[in-house]
Design a protein around this ligand. Sequence first.
Ligand SMILES: Cc1ncc(COP(=O)(O)O)c(C=O)c1O
Length: 369
Amino acid sequence: MISESPSLFVWSLSEPRPAGIESFLDHHANAMTPYGSGKSALRDGLAGLVEPGENVLIPAYLPDAVCEPFQELGLEIRYYRLEETLAPNLADVERRLDDETAAVMSVNYFGFPQPGLEEFTALLEEYDCYHIDDNAHAPLSVDNGTLLGTRGDLGITSLWKILPIPNGSVLYCNTDAVADALEPSSLAGVSETFRLSDYQFIAKSFALDLLNKSTVVRQSVDTLVAGHSSVSPDPSARYEASKTTMSKLSARVIEKANPDSIRASRRANYRAWLRLFDHRSDVDVLFESLPNGLCPQVFPVRTPNPAQLLDTLEQAGVGGAHTWPRLSSTVENDPTYELSSRLASEVVVLPVHQHIDPTSIDVVGEQLH
Ligand SMILES: Cc1ncc(COP(=O)(O)O)c(C=O)c1O
């Protein structure tokens, strides 16, 4: 079975382990601060730069909870439209910008650089607002020598999305002015002691490794070990739950994990999915080429029949494929954002994590044929 996420135990057994992710990020970034979640990092990064009543522009194709930190800062949220390529719709961005716009956010979707970034940043320069480089998906992606997340005035990245850790994100202050304005809250930094949630995470990872074969068993393990039946559907509750410092367990893994080997494995798995979907007319691959330096979070495809694809994948033993993301109700209920709603129902993401052997993806391909 191909699992959804990498395993803490496979990680702990893999040797040798040279200099870790922290020094890799440090090498590329101007100033960085650890957090438990990308949302907390966004909150702190912007707090010293904006005033309540100003507005922020964010893409409509975005998970529902990502607007929460902006709301907490008293900012008006303005969703902007995207093109089919996931590039910002520049006319729509420009229509929504005004003198009260404090910041505009772009997103490096699935580990790939934001399409259309050059024109987008030129527009922001005209309006003199902060540019947030949301790199939640691509902690290890380097595009032409630049680490994603370090391009705007400030950026974030979510290490928990690619590592077997309970939480962990980083805030990048990419200019000295933004770094000077940062007043880290109690959510910044690394926990000094191991927390109950660290032990729960270890227990859960262990149980999932043992019971990886059955989805039903897997769900009950989630329930038992995490102590709750499912993730809350309420975005503000999820935001509140994400407000912690980086866990000590996460920091330890981040310190030791090898960025080069993680990137190489994820790229090999991405290419294996590319081979598999190359000839399928019912499924479009979102990013057909994988330029050097990028480290994909997942393998995203688009299909008019996602339920059928998910069913087929599950039968072939692929765990954790799902549509992405859960949109905010504001976007879902507004026909202006019809494309984002369509993308959210048609885009399916497949796992490429470092503990999948690419030959197991080839085996899935043989089964599908
Ligand atoms: C595009 C994007 N931005 C920001 C976030 C928030 O990151 P975190 O979950 O670390 O708070 C997510 C989380 O899914 C995301 O997908």
